[in-house]
Design a protein around this ligand. Sequence first.
Ligand SMILES: NC(=O)C1=CN([C@@H]2O[C@H](COP(=O)(O)OP(=O)(O)OC[C@H]3O[C@@H](n4cnc5c(N)ncnc54)[C@H](O)[C@@H]3O)[C@@H](O)[C@H]2O)C=CC1
Ligand SMILES: O=C(O)C(=O)[C@H](O)COP(=O)(O)O
Length: 384
Amino acid sequence: MLIVADENIPLLESFFTDIGEIRRVAGRHMTADDVRDADVLLVRSVTPVGPELLEGSRVRFVGTATIGTDHVDVGWLKEQGIGFSAAPGCNANSVVEYVLSVLSLHAERCGLADGNELSVGIVGVGNVGGCLAGRLQRLGFKVRLCDPPRAEAEGPEGPEFTSLEEALKCDVISLHTPLTREGSHPTYHMLDESRLSLLGSNQLLINSGRGEVIDNQALKARLSQANAPSVALDVWENEPGIDPELVGSVWLATPHIAGYSLEGKVRGTEMIYQALSHYLGLPVRKKAGQYLPEPPLSKLTFTATADEQKALRTALRVCYDPRTDDVKLRLAMRGSADERAEAFDALRRDYPVRRECSSLKVQLKGAGRSMQDSFKAVGFKLKI
Ligand SMILES: NC(=O)C1=CN([C@@H]2O[C@H](COP(=O)(O)OP(=O)(O)OC[C@H]3O[C@@H](n4cnc5c(N)ncnc54)[C@H](O)[C@@H]3O)[C@@H](O)[C@H]2O)C=CC1
Ligand SMILES: O=C(O)C(=O)[C@H](O)COP(=O)(O)O
């Protein structure tokens, strides 16, 4: 059996050698010739999968080691009887940690002693948005949820949902919808010129869903006007050929790496390995946990003199500080359009190992219940 796979899927050999021969291909440049004689295709978000790639090939199963599926023509695969699986939720925790870290930086630069004074509108309350809402509520933030598809499906039985316009009134708005162009609630350019005009300079807009959910040209225009909001973008229109002027206009700019914790990536591989094994009727023998190395930093101790908010910010940023990725992306925006696109992909391909908060044991000497609860809410393991 031949498995053609994006070379950026981690642990390909560890998970798939027993199943078939692996051919590694650069995902961004995968062609019909690369996959013609394959039985299985494993991709990431950068490979459009549909008739152009697969017509006339032997492929009978496609797996994407990502949450998002907007790069896959799922309907066409179904019509062709080709098996398909994504990795729902695999890196949701990583995205949530990115948002928490962005929020901590924002609170600090706004001079807020307690970030949880902020109200947060979460747009798209699925795996990522739902997990984020739970954490923020435990941390004492005021959270508003916007998810029209869920509101319609769940009715009065579900949680309280608000309209997009109401969510856009919050101090912070965090986008976590998939990219959709059809249906009752399409998200393509959901934040257009008119909705962006509702935001003001005391607000922060975060997008770690998909770039096309915001009209990037309208956003660039909005950021050049008076009373513009602060913006943190992890995802962009036209990746990898993103707009360098927009990078220059936003507060925090990262190269689509919110979900790039090691845990999240390895879980993505594990999930498509499990799905392929089920599809082929093979036993599932391997687990992500067996491939996670010891983290470079495993313990952190705060003494009884530590201030709760400062300690929490420090611990969070020890695990992940988006400012490092921001600096690298800004530096990568020099050069020609081709060089910039290549540099964007290189930042993602060569991304350093980033571990989730759960990899760090935190000792809080003499800390009260509130401080312990806050650390646990973020996802740290407490050392008793
Ligand atoms: N930046 C990154 O590294 C990553 C980005 N993502 C992106 O985040 C997206 C969300 O991920 P999950 O939460 O796992 O997906 P999910 O499918 O679990 O949840 C998405 C939610 O958005 C809601 N939704 C759909 N249309 C909407 C609309 N018009 N307005 C408001 N809500 C709407 C859905 O009802 C659903 O509850 C993914 O589709 C992917 O595009 C995911 C992982 C990493
Ligand atoms: O899981 C998703 O959806 C994402 O956005 C991934 O983090 C994207 O990673 P790549 O597949 O582009 O490496």
